[in-house]
Design a protein around this ligand. Structure first.
Ligand code: HEC
Ligand code: HEC
Length: 303
């Protein structure tokens, strides 16, 4: 009797161990699958980048706000600053075209993978303080234009190693699977070209939802409460809602909001200056007027 029971216990352990091994294997295979970069074949053939558009994407995306260098390099995205994130700080990397310490050696597809999949050339899963969950909505051509523009900037030698640890990368692969959009932005039928342009700039490069949209308990922006206002992730206080701006009397009309986005505090629009919004407004002001107006048109339509 005693031996029969002993044997049964051993069998239960074997089954449990086999199940655990299977689970671990499954998780590992899923991790491998989720770490696959996009292949070069998704790029348009013989594409000639538009540098002017690349510059606009650079400012719409606010890249300089986080990647700004220090000392003599404040005008260049030479990195090195620390960014406050929930639970700590993170160093922002150098994205000038320096070959040794920046992205000088990157291929176009590496850059597309960074913005669209939050994935580095060596398979690193980036921490979403880099707002790729928004940039993932960008058109491939816009990303290529932006890459070409970055290549025209002065290379700065500045070592800025990433701070992700192995466990972060593993967890991030699964988080990204839930958080990343499956395809780039598609215009909403029935809306004007201007409205769709504004929506694209806000959702994709502008990454306005990263601050203005509340997140669920695992930090994924809640699309049902899109731009409905949220607690600030790196500073005290709240980020206001961008819905019902007209009804709440925040702005008279599209032109009023256009003026606020273009001139900000200089024209007496003070609700657009603190908590990072001053930087955002400064970047937006560098866009062509049609784009600023498109953003205002889209925002004023939100109920
Ligand atoms: C809100 C701050 C923020 C903004 C805005 C931002 N980034 Fe970043 N970016 C980061 C951080 C932080 C990292 C590092 C992520 C990590 O360590 O996992 C990063 C990483 C990167 C990397 C990877 C660099 C490397 O060495 O692997 C690239 C490329 C990049 N960003 C490009 C851009 C571009 C282009 C824009 C503008 C369209 C942009 N970023 C806007 C914060 C930002
Ligand atoms: C880094 C976080 C952050 C990002 C990114 C951001 N905002 Fe803001 N935004 C804020 C904060 C904080 C305020 C409140 C500023 C104040 O009260 O001075 C604000 C205020 C505003 C206001 C004024 C609202 C009102 O009630 O008057 C508008 C409009 C606005 N943001 C539009 C945008 C747009 C468009 C984008 C994307 C291009 C954007 N924001 C991206 C943080 C952000």
């Amino acid at each position: 009797m005693a031996t029969a029971q002993g044997k049964r216990r051993i069998r239960v352990w074997h089954v449990l161990l086999a199940l655990l091994a299977l689970l671990a294997l499954g998780a590992w295979l899923a991790f491998r699958a989720l770490s696959q970069p996009l292949p070069e074949s998704i790029l348009p053939a013989n594409y000639t980048p538009n540098l002017e558009n690349g510059r606009n994407m650079f400012f719409a995306g606010g890249c300089i706000s986080c990647h700004r260098g220090t000392g003599p390099h404040v005008e260049l995205p030479a990195g090195g600053r620390k960014l406050k994130i929930p639970g700590g700080e993170i160093r922002v990397p150098n994205i000038t075209p320096d070959e040794a310490t920046g992205i000088g050696k990157w291929r176009a597809i590496d850059f597309v993978n960074a913005l669209r999949k939050g994935l580095g050339p060596d398979g690193t899963h980036y921490i979403p303080a880099f707002p790729y969950t928004s940039y993932a909505w960008m058109k491939t051509e816009d990303i290529l234009d932006l890459f070409a523009y970055l290549k025209t900037l002065k290379p700065v030698r500045n070592e800025t190693p990433l701070e992700t640890r192995r466990f972060d990368r593993f967890a991030l692969a699964f988080w990204k699977w839930m958080a990343l959009p499956r395809r780039p932005f598609r215009p909403v039928p029935g809306q004007s070209t201007e409205w769709n342009r504004g929506a694209y700039l806000v959702v994709g490069p502008g990454h306005c939802g990263e601050c203005h949209t509340p997140r669920n308990p695992i930090f994924i922006p809640d699309r049902r409460r899109w731009l409905a206002g949220a607690p600030h992730l790196s500073e005290k206080g709240d980020v206001p809602s961008l819905r019902g701006l007209k009804k709440r009397g925040r702005y008279k009309d599209v032109n009023d909001l256009f003026m606020a986005l273009k001139y900000g505090e200089a024209m007496g629009y003070e609700d657009i200056s603190s908590g990072g919004m001053g930087e955002v407004q400064g970047n937006i002001s560098k866009l062509p007027d049609e784009d600023i107006r498109a953003i205002a048109t889209y925002l004023m339509s939100l109920q």
